[in-house]
Design a binder for this molecule. Sequence first.
Ligand code: FE2
Length: 324
Amino acid sequence: MIVLGIESTAHTFSASVLDDDKVLSLENSMYTTSEGGLIPRKIIEHHLEGFNEVISSALKTAKKRIKDVELISFSQSPGIGSVLQIGAVIARSLAVNNNIPIVGVNHCIAHLEIARLLTGFKDPVMLYTSGANTQIIAFQEGKYRVFGETLDMGVGNFLDHFGRLLSIGFPAGKRIEELAIKGSKYVELPYTVKGMDVMFGGLFTNLKEKINKYSVEDLCYSVQETVFAQLVEVSERALAHCQKNELVATGGVACNKRLQEMCKVMCDERGARFKPLPSKYSVDNAAMIAWTGLLKFSAQGADKLEDTVINQRTRTEQVEVSWR
Ligand code: FE2
């Protein structure tokens, strides 16, 4: 079955064409800045200017035309409302105008489903680390459930805030990773883990006072060691609590090689398995939306058009998982 996926929850507008579980194309256009942070109004402009080209080139690379598409899947929740709306409107107009069935999917669950497809893991715990989201999710008693999460800001958001203190632009994670490799001296920083939850706000406040007292490289190194240790600690607790032995890390921050290394060490020590994802499937991407749409469609058919309105606040555990 030929599926067109459309992702539009935050800074990335993405389109992807799948033929069943085979990714034929994946095109991304990401809003970035050289300095400053993420501005919702600018993201809307970016997506509206670029969506046509992204979708056209995804179809072209896949050697398909819109009339070949048998299912349209789009990210329906959660995300920035006005940005989600763009993807939903485009998906609905393509579906209605070309008489193609449509399904809406949950973005967080889509991260987990593409991770299952690519790793071959049957039932992993997922460490989901992006700008807005930092959650530990696993499947239990018929639903994907959040076992731990940030109590204040997402880890990617925290890294971007830290990046603004350093004036290194948005998103900041990649640059912080490069600087951290050159650092070696650990600067003592606040470390906040509560059960399976994490917090980063206190750390950010603390860093504001330290910013001119230590080298940027040592601070980046220390920030990574601290926040990644928090994430790995709660991941390990979730593995133990859920009695699972597979871990996947996904989201933009999970592209970081040091975080992947720390996850691997922890899993090796407890006899669990960890597999990193290729970066293009770890960041926000439409292949995961297309794949999850196909799973949902196979289990329950298309959505009614009136059920394709966006919901920016849908929680992971509210989603009916008909395909597992
Ligand atoms: Fe995401």
